[in-house]
Ligand binder design. Structure first.
Ligand code: NDP
Length: 248
C-alpha cells in the first residue's frame, strides 16, 4: 500500500453527515475512490454525485451497520467496482446520552448495536480480503469518551472504550497480515451527533455545549489523512484530539 491518498479505495460508514461526509470530501479531493455507506440513501447518493461531478471517484451503497449482511454488501460492492479495499473507516455511530436511572433501554441497545456491533461487522467484512492481500488499514472511530466517562455518558463511553479495546486486539492479531489499525478519538466536533440524543433536555444541553466548544469536521478528516499517508511500515495506532478550548 502506497503512502499517498491518490488511488486508494476507502470505504466509509456513516458517510451521510458529519465526520464521515467531511472525510469523504477530503479524500475524494485528494484522489481516493470513496465508497459511501449510510442509511439515508438520498444523502450519500447526492454526495457521491457531487464528488463525481467535481472529478472525483465516489459511489454510494445504502447500508445499515446493524445488519452484518448489509455491511458485507457495502464492502463487496467496493471490491466489485474497484477490485480492492485499501481502507475501511468504521465511523457510523450515535450518542443518545442520559443518566442510567432514566432506563432508556432502547437507546442502550441501539448504541451498542451501532457503535460496537457495527464496528465488528465492518471488521468481519474486510478482514478476509485484507488478509489475502496482506495489505490494508482499518480505522475505527472512538472518542474522548473512549478514554473517560462522566454521568450521563456511561453507555456511550462503554461503547467507545469497547472500540479501543477491539482495535488493540485487532492490532495484535493482524501482525502476520501487514494490516494497519488506527483508532481516532475526537473531542467535540461540529456534526449532527447531538441530534441523536432522545431526551430533549440532554439534546438541548449538548447542542449548547457543541455551539460553544466544537470545531469543524475537517479536523477529523485531516487526522485520517495523516494516518493514511504514513509509509507502509508505520502504523499510527491512536490519535486523540480535542478542541483547544475543550476541558472534558
Ligand atoms: P453524525 O450524527 O453527523 O453522523 C453519524 C453518522 O452515522 C451518519 O452518517 C449516520 O448515517 C450514521 N449512522 C448512524 N446509525 C447508522 C446505522 N445504523 N447504519 C449506518 N450508518 C449509521 O455524527 P458524527 O459525524 O459526529 O459521528 C461519527 C462518529 O464520530 C460516531 O461514531 C461518533 O460517535 C464519533 N464521534 C463524534 C464526535 C463529535 O463530537 N462529533 C466526538 C467523538 C466521536 P444515517 O443516519 O444516514 O444512517
Amino acid at each position: 500500500m502506497s503512502n499517498s491518498i491518490e488511488g486508494k479505495v476507502v470505504v466509509i460508514t456513516g458517510a451521510s453527515s458529519g465526520l464521515g461526509e467531511a472525510t469523504a470530501r477530503m479524500l475524494a479531493t485528494q484522489g481516493a475512490a470513496v465508497v459511501l455507506g449510510a442509511r439515508r440513501a438520498e444523502r450519500i447518493q447526492a454526495l457521491a454525485a457531487e464528488l463525481v461531478a467535481a472529478g472525483g471517484k465516489a459511489i454510494a451503497v445504502t447500508t445499515d451497520v446493524t445488519d452484518a449482511a448489509q455491511v458485507q454488501r457495502l464492502v463487496d460492492r467496493a471490491i466489485e467496482v474497484h477490485g480492492q479495499v485499501d481502507v475501511l473507516i468504521n465511523n457510523a455511530g450515535l450518542m443518545p446520552q442520559s443518566l442510567l436511572e432514566r432506563l432508556k433501554i432502547e437507546d442502550w441497545d441501539r448504541t451498542i448495536d451501532v457503535n460496537i456491533k457495527g464496528v465488528l461487522y465492518g471488521i468481519a467484512a474486510v478482514l478476509p480480503h485484507m488478509q489475502q492481500r496482506k495489505s490494508g488499514q482499518i480505522i475505527n472511530v472512538s472518542s474522548v469518551a473512549g478514554h473517560k466517562v462522566r454521568a450521563g455518558g456511561a453507555v456511550y463511553a462503554a461503547t467507545k472504550h469497547a472500540v479501543r479495546v477491539i482495535s488493540e486486539g485487532l492490532r495484535q492479531e493482524v501482525k502476520p497480515y501487514n494490516i494497519r489499525t488506527t483508532v481516532i478519538s475526537p473531542g467535540a466536533v461540529d456534526t449532527e451527533l447531538p441530534d441523536s440524543a432522545t431526551e430533549a433536555d440532554v439534546r438541548e444541553n449538548m447542542r449548547k455545549y457543541y455551539a460553544d466548544v466544537a470545531i469543524p469536521a475537517d479536523a477529523f478528516a485531516r487526522a485520517v489523512v495523516f494516518a493514511m499517508q504514513q509509509p507502509e511500515d508505520v502504523d499510527i495506532n491512536e490519535i486523540l484530539f480535542r478542541p483547544t478550548r475543550q476541558e472534558y
